[in-house]
Design a protein around this ligand. Structure first.
Ligand SMILES: [Zn+2]
Length: 100
C-alpha cells in the first residue's frame, strides 16, 4: 500500500477518506488512535493509505474534491460570495443555489 495523505487536521483527513471511500477505493487509516510510543501532547498525524493500483486515481479524486471546495457561489439574496463548502449563505443564511 502507498501513503496518499497525511495531515494534522483530523477532520480534513477524515474528509479525504470519505471522498475516496465514496468512490469505492479501499482506504487504510494509520495513527487513528495515536501511537503508543508518542510523546504525550504530541499530535499524531493521521495517515491515509491506499492500494498502489488505486494511487493515481486517489490523487485525482482528492485534487478534484479540493477544487470543488474552492468553487464560489453568489447568494441570490444578498450577493455575498460563498465557497462551495457552505450549504447556506454565511451572511444571511439563505440556502445555496444549485452549485454549478
Ligand atoms: Zn446571503
Amino acid at each position: 500500500m502507498k501513503q496518499i495523505f497525511t495531515n494534522e487536521n483530523r477532520i480534513l483527513a477524515m474528509h479525504s477518506k470519505n471522498v475516496l471511500e465514496n468512490a469505492g477505493i479501499e482506504v487504510m487509516l494509520k495513527n487513528e488512535h495515536g501511537s503508543a510510543g508518542a510523546t504525550p501532547g504530541h499530535q499524531i498525524w493521521l495517515e491515509i493509505w491506499v492500494n498502489e493500483t488505486d494511487y493515481e486515481r486517489s490523487i485525482e479524486l482528492l485534487k478534484y474534491s479540493e477544487e470543488e471546495a474552492k468553487k464560489i457561489w453568489v447568494c441570490k439574496n444578498c450577493n455575498e460570495e460563498n465557497t462551495a463548502t457552505f450549504g447556506a449563505c454565511w451572511n444571511c443564511q439563505t440556502a445555496a443555489e444549485v452549485i454549478q
